[in-house]
Each structure stands twice: as structure tokens, then as C-alpha cells.
Design a protein around this ligand. Structure first.
Ligand SMILES: C[S@@+](CC[C@H](N)C(=O)[O-])C[C@H]1O[C@@H](n2cnc3c(N)ncnc32)[C@H](O)[C@@H]1O
Length: 413
């Protein structure tokens, strides 16, 4: 591989800094997007505003061809382009779903359809959409156990729960998959494998938009709220934008309007919700930088370790913290406490500062370990980089918190 740092690369980097537009790569000429556009046109969707592109930092997304004003429609995708449980029930799977007892969940119906259509390859009418879907995902359920082990403790627990949940989803769906055998010449076990179902589960969970469907007798009573929205699902998340997104019953289109303007040739973002980094990694498999909702989770164990052992009110304090959802919640909120007395305030600041330093040390130690593993395990580099970004963002919060605490402490000396 060529070494970076030569004159040409220095000039290129300077150019990129001067003109960030040149760092975005238009992908609309790619065969898969040309096919997808044709497929969308056949389903009455044509769009003049957005083009697929690759951006530094966020990866593949959509770029605006014109400037977008606040209140303007970003995209309006006709119902005929959406993949919902209606699509599945109307398909060759419908009769099998109707026969199966207990009724399959809406999520299972969607996942089974995705796996089956992917297996159909060139025969699938959904091929142009399936071709642009990611081959693999980075939600914790897809990470190697040694990478999951490096996650902050509360997230590690949720990641393991997610793995168990998907495993159980697979095990409990096997009977239904067997019932589909008449549709395939190949053994269903090899089509509806654990890895195929995992791919489908991640596709729905990371890409579907919210669209409530009425309950139907052939599906279980679980809420039916997922719709896969080709092309629209290329929009990345930013916590800094506001959008209005919903299915419009009059136009019969899924519409997104932006409340935040966007300049020509910039990436167009939507907001998946005011989520912290743990939730974004857990549900969507990415960690944004400078997320205003990011926080560091402080566990009960850590609090108990740093609160004075002579404190007779310890249990009461912990239960108050629990009642207010303060345990395992945002570190930032620790800084929002009201002053009760100078002595209490000073003690609290000292404890908070100690906890903060404990976390900074722990974070630095994990970061060192991750960096070491990145040198050793090149096959895991992308997964490790994801975890590294998460810890680096936590370190920034902790360092900023330590500084604030230190200036508050100075006020008491
Ligand atoms: C609805 S899709 C958006 C399009 C996606 N980037 C693609 O290429 O297909 C959601 C996924 O995009 C990625 N993503 C969304 N917002 C992101 C961001 N701000 N930074 C990095 N990745 C992001 C995550 O992998 C997430 O699971």
C-alpha cells in the first residue's frame, strides 16, 4: 500500500479542507442505483432533488441537488414502493401465513419475505431494492464476542440481550419456515438460516420507517409498525435536524418534510430520534461524533463505591436516584443538581469528580486495549473502530465534565 504524506496527498488534503464538496462522491452513476431509479420510476416515483453519494464520516447517504428550505418536502414515496406486511400477505407467502398457528408476528412476516426474495435473486421483483441493501450490519448482535466485551457495561448487557433475542426469534420461527418447504426446491434450513434471518432482522430494524398498520387476524397482535421504504432509507441520521415524517393518507405517499434548511450539494439528513450513542449503536449500528444527546452511564455499583461508606442514608439515596431514573442514566444530569447546603454541595462535587476521574482512567485503559487489538486483529478493524469511536466520544464528555466540576469546586475553596 502507498504511504500517505507525500506532496500530492498533502495538496489533495488541503484541497479537501478548502472545498469539502470534492470529498463527496456521487454514486448515482453506479449500475445498482440506475436500476433502482428505473424500478422506482415504474412505481411512479421520480425525484429531482436527491442523489446517492458517499460522504466522509457518515458513509453512503443522499445529497441535495438544490438548496432545501425549511418546510420543504424532501421526499414523497408512493405506497406502491413501500414494503409492508400488506406486500407480504398479498404475496405467495400469504396463504402460508394464514395457515400457520399461532399467527406469525408482523416482524417475522417481513423477515421471511426478505430472506425468500433475496434467495430468489434475479427472479425477485424486489431485486433492484435488495441489491442496494447492505450485505452485513454492525449492530452489536453482529459483532464478534471479543468486540462486544469491550463495550461499556450497560451496553454490553443490552448487546447480549439483543443476541439472545435474535437467537430466540430464529429458534421459535423454525416451525413456520419448515411450513414454507413446498415453495422451494432447496431445503428451507439452508435458505432460512440463522445468518439469513439475522440479515433480515437487521435490515428491518435499522432501515424501516414507522407506519402503523391495523391488526389482521393472520398476524399476531404485536404492533405492526414497520415499512421498508426504498431510496428514502438511504437518508442518514443527524441529531441537529428536525423533520416531519408520516404516511399521508390523502396522497398515499410516505412524506418527509424538513424543518431545517440544507445547502445545495450537502448531505440531507433526517433525525431518527433524540437518541444517545448507546442506543444508536444498539439499534442502528453506528456512533455519531458530537452527538448532543450522548452521555456516560453511571452504574449503581460505581455510585456505591464512591459514596462515603459511613453514609447512613445510602439505601435511601440510591432508591431516590432509582425512582428518578438517575441510576444508569446520563452523566450530564449529575451536573444539574440543586444546591442544598455548601457542605453537601462540596462533598457531592468531590464525589462526582472522583467518579469522573475513575471513568476517565477506565476509558483511557479501554482505548489503549482497543488500539492494541486494532494492531493485532486486522480482520476486526471496522468493528474495533466503532467501539473506539464510542469510547472516544465518552472520553470527551468526561473530560468536559471534569473541567466543569473542577471550576465548580474552585468556587467552594
Ligand atoms: C436508514 S439507513 C441510512 C442509509 C445507509 N447509510 C446506507 O448506506 O444504506 C441507516 C443506517 O445508516 C447508517 N447511518 C445513519 N446515520 C449515520 C451517521 N450519522 N453516521 C454514520 N452512519 C450512519 C447506519 O449504519 C444505520 O444503520
Amino acid at each position: 500500500m502507498k504511504k500517505r504524506g507525500g506532496r500530492t496527498s498533502r495538496i489533495r488534503r488541503r484541497k479537501l479542507l478548502r472545498n469539502p464538496e470534492s470529498s463527496r462522491v456521487n454514486e448515482s452513476y453506479k449500475p445498482e442505483f440506475i436500476e433502482l431509479k428505473k424500478w422506482l420510476k415504474d412505481r411512479k416515483f421520480e425525484d429531482a432533488n436527491l442523489i446517492p453519494a458517499r460522504f466522509p464520516g457518515t458513509g453512503r447517504g443522499l445529497m441535495s441537488k438544490t438548496s432545501l428550505q425549511a418546510g420543504q418536502m424532501i421526499i414523497s414515496l408512493p405506497e406502491s414502493c413501500l414494503l409492508t406486511t400488506d406486500t407480504v400477505i398479498r404475496s405467495y407467502l400469504g396463504a402460508y401465513i394464514a395457515k400457520w398457528q399461532p399467527p406469525p408476528s408482523p416482524l417475522l412476516a417481513l423477515c421471511a419475505f426478505l430472506v425468500s426474495e433475496k434467495h430468489a435473486g434475479n427472479q425477485s421483483p424486489w431485486k433492484p431494492y435488495l441489491e442496494v441493501l447492505p450485505e452485513a450490519y454492525t449492530c452489536p448482535v453482529c459483532l464478534e464476542p471479543e468486540v462486544v466485551n469491550l463495550l461499556p457495561r450497560p451496553l454490553k448487557a443490552k448487546a447480549r440481550e439483543q443476541r439472545t433475542h435474535v437467537r430466540e426469534f430464529f429458534t421459535s420461527s423454525r416451525g413456520f419456515f419448515s411450513s414454507l418447504q413446498p415453495l422451494f426446491s432447496q431445503a428451507v434450513e439452508s435458505i432460512f438460516s440463522h445468518s439469513a434471518l439475522l440479515w433480515a432482522w437487521c435490515t428491518v430494524n435499522t432501515r424501516a420507517v414507522y407506519m402503523k398498520r391495523p391488526p389482521r387476524p393472520c398476524l399476531s397482535a404485536e404492533p405492526d409498525t414497520y415499512a421498508l421504504a426504498p431510496y428514502l432509507d438511504l437518508l442518514n441520521h443527524s441529531p441537529r435536524v428536525q423533520v416531519k415524517a408520516a404516511f399521508n393518507e390523502e396522497t398515499r405517499c410516505y412524506e418527509i418534510r424538513t424543518a431545517t434548511s440544507c445547502r445545495k450539494h450537502e448531505e440531507v439528513f433526517i433525525c431518527y430520534g433524540p437518541h444517545d450513542n448507546h442506543r444508536l449503536l444498539l439499534e442502528y449500528g453506528f456512533v455519531p461524533v458530537r452527538n448532543p444527546h450522548a452521555c456516560v452511564y453511571v452504574s449503581e455499583d460505581t455510585l456505591v463505591k464512591y459514596l462515603p461508606s459511613t453514609d447512613k442514608q445510602m439505601n435511601k439515596k440510591i432508591s431516590i436516584l432509582k425512582d428518578h431514573d438517575f441510576i444508569d442514566t446520563c452523566w450530564k444530569k449529575v451536573l444539574l443538581g440543586e444546591i442544598i447546603s455548601d457542605t453537601n454541595e462540596k462533598t457531592s462535587l468531590d464525589i462526582a469528580q472522583k467518579i469522573c476521574h475513575y471513568f476517565i482512567e477506565e476509558t483511557n485503559a479501554v482505548l489503549q486495549k482497543v488500539s492494541h487489538m486494532k494492531d493485532e486483529e486486522s480482520a476486526l478493524i471496522n468493528q474495533l473502530t466503532l467501539v473506539e469511536t464510542l469510547w472516544t466520544e465518552e472520553l470527551k464528555i468526561l473530560q468536559a465534565s471534569a473541567e466543569i466540576l473542577s471550576s465548580l469546586q474552585t468556587a467552594f475553596t
